[in-house]
Design a protein around this ligand. Structure first.
Ligand code: TYD
Length: 207
């Protein structure tokens, strides 16, 4: 669908997605590119309301309800923000997309992963990113980073380590199924080194 370039960042909580997305954004802006920086859940006004439910609701949210909430956020986000930006020829840099649903709701919550993917593809009218950067990190190392950041855990972050192990394995499976879309990086490497590799990869896609 694109005229612009759509880059998503994926990985477990604490893998450094936000840091790398920011560094890429700064670098592209410095080159005069128009960049839309966004995230799921919560990239739109409707999405902000959904984000509050999925991440902070105190009572039970059933796994299927959770999957549908993420899909609803995605539908609104792609239709009203991502697709229009790409049609204008802009670069969209996004924290998380449908691979997160397949990994967290599919493998983490143990729903049927192909069904979760289908649901998201329906929500987003089949839209897939040009490049997905997967920051792969051992969940124990990720947990140490989150502990050091000293922020309260959201509903997903608070899940047990087996949940996060399943999520990690699912991301790696997704990446090996679509090697052309994914750039898989070892998130334990220094941030500067990761940023350089990402820039090189994105440059080749922009030229
Ligand atoms: P994120 O915005 O990365 O959290 P933070 O603000 O702490 O950096 O993601 C929020 C959580 O939502 C994260 O634990 C993963 C989860 N998530 C899903 O379970 N499914 C999805 O489809 C998406 C997009 C996120």
């Amino acid at each position: 669908m694109t005229r612009g370039l759509w880059v998503t960042f994926e990985g477990g909580d604490g893998a450094g997605k936000t840091t790398q997305a920011s560094l890429l954004e700064q670098w592209l802006r410095a080159q005069g590119r128009t960049v839309v920086r966004t995230r799921e859940p919560g990239g739109t006004e409707v999405g902000v309301l959904i984000r509050d439910i999925v991440l902070h609701h105190r009572g039970e949210v059933s796994p299927r309800a959770e999957a549908l909430l993420y899909a609803a956020d995605r539908a609104q986000h792609v239709a009203t923000l991502v697709r229009p930006a790409l049609e204008r020829g802009e670069v969209v840099i996004q924290d998380r997309y449908l691979d997160s649903s397949v990994a967290y709701q599919g493998a983490g919550r143990v729903l049927d992963a192909p069904q979760v993917r289908k649901l998201s593809l329906w929500a987003a009218e089949g839209a897939l990113p040009d490049v997905t950067v997967l920051l792969d990190l051992d969940p124990a190392a990720a947990r140490r980073r989150l502990d050091a950041a000293d922020k309260p855990f959201d509903r997903l972050e608070a899940e047990r380590s087996e949940f996060h192990e399943r999520v990690r394995a699912a991301f790696l499976d997704l990446a090996s199924a679509e090697p052309d879309r994914f750039l898989v990086l070892d998130a334990a490497l220094p941030a500067g080194e990761l940023a350089d590799t990402i820039r090189t990869h994105i440059s080749s896609r922009l030229s």
